[in-house]
Design a binder for this molecule. Sequence first.
Ligand code: P6P
Length: 333
Amino acid sequence: MAIRKGVTNLSRFLLEEQRNFPEATGDFTLILEQIAFAAKIISREVNKAGIVNILGKADSSNIHGEQQQKLDVFANEKMIQALDHTGKICAMASEEVDDIINIPSKYPKGKYLVVFDPLDGSSNIDVNISIGTIFGIYKRVSSEGDGCRQDFMQPGRNLVAAGYVIYGSSTMFVYTTGRGVNGFTLDPSVGEFLLSHENMTTPEFGSIYSINEANYHKWDERIRNYVDHLKNIKERQYTSRYIGSLVADFHRNLLKGGVFLYPGDSKNPRGKLRLLYEASPLAFIVEQAGGLAVDGDNNILDIIPENLHQKTPLIIGSKFEVELFKKYWSKEL
Ligand code: P6P
């Protein structure tokens, strides 16, 4: 990677990355720039949510019957508006929308698909806990015209890009196109995402495990044994950190090392998190950073979705802790 002199903003970084792909048309770069634009708008609203009447519950619920927050609806609209006119996309899928989102007929269609959770962790908005946007970009499998549901039934292995935005003490845009992971921090004074975390890698092992232990008695015994092992491991002292906001828990572990688990349990056998627009994009990122993500038996990136909103257990983070989990899950330990 070239030694960067001075400040590198996201646009410059994307252009320099694009030069590595002679066949690149710039479609990709435009999509990522538009997602970053939506993120700036969402960040502005998230950071003043307490001031304007945008806190609290919308008078609607999403496809999962979950009470929508006003900012959920706002973030979803901004993501769609930022992307629908680009002419680079043939369809989108959002956690907040039941079916696929087609491109208005007045706009040309492109060869990409975008999946996103526009504002994950939104139940934390009113208590000022970090929340996030998660996104992934695929190439269409259908030939032309409108995208179709079948276009989205692709494993995470097929992702051409994935990323997240964390709205926390600062707003960060973290993404990969399969050539490493890079993080950009928003400088609100100039409205630019500036390169702050070049070539992010996650530690081989950590000392943090992140799981909602209130579900302990509903877990499969293998999960209880694994977590109990981490509590008693001799090589190092693990600590428990659980924010209850996926992007925040993931981002912390990406930087510091460790493991996040949202497993299935006796009440929710497939867990709570969604494969297409939560688990798969984060799995792509973590693998690019040297980590690993499984559902138990399978690498998350190898799972082919059967529907847009299917759930999956998610164990994700440093290679050591996830490989150790696989040993417990397969009953080797
Ligand atoms: P629980 C937030 O509602 C979310 O979807 C994820 O961001 C988070 O990891 C998870 O749910 C927390 O769920 O059941 O532990 O409250």
